[in-house]
Design a protein around this ligand. Structure first.
Ligand code: 26V
Length: 824
């Protein structure tokens, strides 16, 4: 590192070139002849990482010295996206690097494309964690993320004959310069039994013993903040414990499989991210991942706390744990176990510490996504934790009984143990009982969390424990980085870059909404972004689309509640209407490109059928000479963060059309709107607050309201579903084979008829079609459209992740983000 000029803080172009050359030799062991792009990218990344490591060390040393209250964001998923561009922008080094690589004969954009996109998350929940780490770093808030270093991230998706095909995401096959392995390890045990032992004071204590141990080793991922400040995400990888992996006796006897059995066991644990989003499959390996993750993290935090020799009662003043959904909930009984069994605290004192330390964020109200673990599994894998959960539950139920005597039903409803067969541990209830604060992620969602999910708990604890903190997105990645054209226009118009750190300043764009010249500049940037996406569609799907058409985009995980099915049924309706029109009438409808993207969980058959239907419709529509350029349908394979960065700035309209009450927040809605895209959406999740901020006139809302859904479902049960007439014709077309073999789509169509149309597609179909017609009409009025687009961006100041994190800090964690000074 001494020879790398960056280590000496030299950031002029010649020094950057020298540092790239240095890494080419010293890190990659290559000469500078015949360089491939990927090698230059790697050298460039190493060069940038040198600088980050210095910042990381300086920041973390300051923490160590000042010992402020720290926040630990526990998340099974971090969907970080690529690191290089982000780091260069955060450190204001992009221009210099651009020149440096140009001098070496490369284009920076090409090199950036060489980076693998680490996909250690499924969707919204993992990406939110990444936006929150980014905000904490930007705010100089002492927050660390803890997570798992999966060997394989979310599967890579391709489309063959219209069907999704999954392949493993081997993101670590090539060296990844953005992680730093640490000499920090903890053993985590599983199975075994609980014994009674005497401690030094002659008291009898319960003790969990097992010889099944797996070692957690730390990899640190730097999170670039503002100048010179750097946050951290600590990811755990599983390894065999010291000497414990290889069975030499078995090997000597020729039992080779046996000799490495426990090695395989250890490596399997963090080998792959579970690809489910909003569905719990209940696999034992997943439970082991969850425990492995929280045990290593809690051990690490306790170790750090003990360094300062504070009394245990100080723990909640030095540590805040935020649970990103229920996946890390075992941290609650784990901390209780360490305090009582290992550190010898009294039960009640320990529990007081635990509950003042933990807070819990809920991200979904869908029943199938709520984690429950069968007691027989929990007892086997974590016998001591199961005992602790029983005890916690007993003491909790006693208190409920004191407050509401004689209400047996209530006790049944709030019990952490569900009396079903098999009996199950309700992880969300454990999280509520063990936390001092519970929050939802958008206003409507938080209301449903209190009224539906945890109604009994809110009566017992009082309403203050249940709060809302509306999600936010990083303006750095989702506007500054993803949309350089718009970024420069905004900066030029507002006179400085201050808006990035103070997003409500975007409001100062509003006075320009009706300014014709500004509108032209604004829409020219949108057009350029659409051209960029067009090239990507051509290269990746072999399809030519016209950038002047209306780009209508729906990209998100494939799920019935998100209703991509409604969208494609609407496309079929549009196709049929266009076919029936005269050529003159057709020309009066603005041409559209309807773009889909998103992965389906590999086991989710219905979601996968929707992908097939989209591709089948695309095949027919895109090749129909009558339709020509009036309508194109695109399915972009392998949607991920880096692809989102290209798609989001290029929308005219994006769709966020979940059945009301089902999408907790949505965050891509925010990303599209801040980039001047209008949205077509239901009155759900954060769409509602987006409407409140940008104004009713600048958003296309439609459909059933959340509080009407239950009644409609109830009525359907008794009277059946009467399908909307237009929808019926669309289904008839599918069943007549217009889009190929009709029989394969039967299970999909059944969800509307025999299934009782649970997601209200028929109910909302007419309103949806009408709103799409409004979109068409507005798109023809260029100035009116541009004015709305500008007002969209202007109104989005509230949705910065800096605001969200600021609210978590003051309302939940009680940490002062300025306590540390200004990052020097
Ligand atoms: C759930 C499960 C269930 C157990 C198996 C593995 C697994 C993996 C992920 C999940 C996540 C479900 C919750 C979720 O992703 N919620 C999304 O959170 C976003 C951030 O708050 C929010 O914007 C989306 O509306 C919400 O669907």
């Amino acid at each position: 590192l001494e020879q790398s000029p960056l280590a000496n803080q030299q950031t002029d172009v010649a020094s950057l070139q020298a540092s790239i050359a240095y890494h080419m030799n010293a890190s990659l062991f290559r000469t500078q002849h015949n360089l491939e792009k990927v090698a230059v990218y790697q050298a460039l990344a190493h060069s940038m990482a040198d600088k980050l490591l210095l910042d990381w060390n300086r920041t973390q040393q300051r923490y160590r010295k000042d010992n402020p209250k720290r926040v630990y964001y526990l998340s099974m998923e971090f969907l970080l996206g690529r690191a290089l561009d982000n780091a260069m922008l955060a450190l204001h080094m992009k221009t210099a690097y651009q020149e440096a690589v140009q001098g070496l004969g490369f284009r920076l954009e090409d090199l950036l494309e060489q980076e693998r996109d680490p996909a250690l998350g499924n969707g919204g929940l993992g990406r939110l964690a990444a936006c929150y780490m980014d905000a904490a770093a930007a705010l100089d808030l002492p927050m660390w993320g803890y997570g798992l270093r999966y060997q394989y991230g979310l599967f890579r998706q391709s489309v063959q004959q219209g069907f999704q095909v999954e392949a493993p995401d081997d993101w670590l096959m090539r060296h990844h310069p953005w992680e730093f392995p640490r000499d920090i390890k903890y053993d985590v045990q599983f199975y075994g039994y609980v014994a009674t032992k005497m401690n030094d004071k002659g008291e009898s204590r319960l003790f969990w013993e097992s010889d099944h141990k797996i070692r957690a080793v730390a990899y640190d991922v730097p999170v670039p903040g503002k100048d010179g400040f750097c946050g951290n995400i600590r990811l755990w990888a599983s390894q065999p414990p010291h000497h414990g992996g290889f069975d030499l006796d078995a090997f000597n006897q020729g039992n080779y499989d046996q000799s490495i059995a426990s090695l395989k066991d250890a490596f399997l644990l963090t080998s792959v991210l579970y690809p489910n989003d909003n569905h719990q499959a209940g696999k034992e390996l997943r439970l082991k991942q969850e425990y492995f993750f929280v045990s290593a993290s809690v051990q690490d935090v306790v170790h750090r706390f003990k360094r300062y020799r504070c009394p245990w009662s100080e723990f909640p003043n030095k540590v805040a744990f935020q649970l990103n959904d229920t996946h890390p909930t075992l941290a609650i009984p784990e901390l209780q176990r360490i305090l009582v069994d290992v550190e010898g605290l009294a039960w009640d004192d320990a529990w007081d510490i635990v509950t003042r330390t933990f807070a819990f964020t809920n991200h979904t109200v869908l029943p199938e996504a709520l984690e429950k673990w069968p007691i027989y599994v929990m007892e086997k894998v974590l016998p001591r934790h199961m005992q602790i959960i029983y005890d916690l539950n007993l003491f909790f139920l006693q208190k409920v009984e004191e407050k509401f005597p004689g209400d047996r039903d209530l006790l049944n409803r709030v019990s952490i143990i569900e009396e079903a067969s098999p009996q199950q541990v309700r992880m969300a209830f454990l999280a509520v009982v063990g936390s001092h604060s519970v929050n939802g992620v958008a206003a409507l969602h938080s209301e449903l969390v209190v009224k539906e999910l945890f109604n009994d708990f809110s009566l017992y604890y009082g309403k203050d424990k249940f709060i809302n903190i509306t999600n936010g997105i990083s303006p750095r990645r989702w506007l500054y980085q993803a949309n350089p054209g718009l970024r420069d226009l905004i900066t030029h118009t507002l006179g400085s870059e201050d808006w990035v750190a103070d997003l409500p300043q975007l409001q100062k764009l509003a006075p320009f909404a009706d300014n014709l010249e500004f509108q032209q500049q604004w829409m020219a940037i949108k057009y350029a972004n659409k051209v960029r996406l067009t090239q990507w569609i051509r290269d990746d799907c072999g399809l030519t689309v016209d950038p002047r058409a209306l780009f209508d985009i729906q990209v998100k995980r494939m799920h019935e509640y998100k209703r991509q099915f409604l969208n494609i049924l609407g496309v079929i309706h549009r196709y049929r209407v266009l076919l029936q029109m005269s050529p003159e009438a057709r020309r009066r409808v603005p041409p559209r490109v309807v773009i889909f993207g998103g992965k389906a969980a590999p086991g989710y058959a219905i979601a996968k059928l929707v992908i097939k239907l989209i591709n089948s419709v695309a095949d027919v529509v895109n090749n129909d000479p009558v339709i020509d350029d009036h309508l194109k349908v695109v399915y972009l394979p392998d949607y991920n963060v880096s692809l989102a960065e290209k798609i989001v700035p290029a929308s005219d309209i994006s769709q966020h059309i979940s059945t009301a009450g089902t999408e907790a927040s949505g965050t891509s809605n925010m990303k599209f709107v801040i980039n001047g895209g209008l949205i077509l959406g239901t009155v759900d999740g954060a769409n509602i607050e987006i409407r409140d901020e940008i104004g009713e006139d600048n958003i296309f809302l439609f459909g059933t309201l959340a509080d009407q859904v239950a009644d409609i479902r109830h009525a359907q049960k008794y009277h059946g579903v009467l399908l909307d007439a237009n929808l019926q014709s669309v289904l008839d077309a599918i069943q007549a084979g217009v889009f190929g073999d009709a029989s394969i789509f039967n299970p999909l169509i059944d969800t509307l008829t025999y299934g009782g149309d649970f997601y209200l597609i028929s109910e909302d179909f007419d309103a949806y079609i009408k709103r799409q017609n409004d979109v068409d009409a507005l798109f023809l009025q260029k100035a009116a459209w541009a004015a709305k687009s500008i007002r969209c961006t202007a109104g989005m100041g509230f949705f910065s992740s800096d605001r969200s994190i600021g609210q978590y800090a003051s309302r939940i964690w009680k940490v002062d983000k300025t306590a540390l000074g200004n990052g020097s």
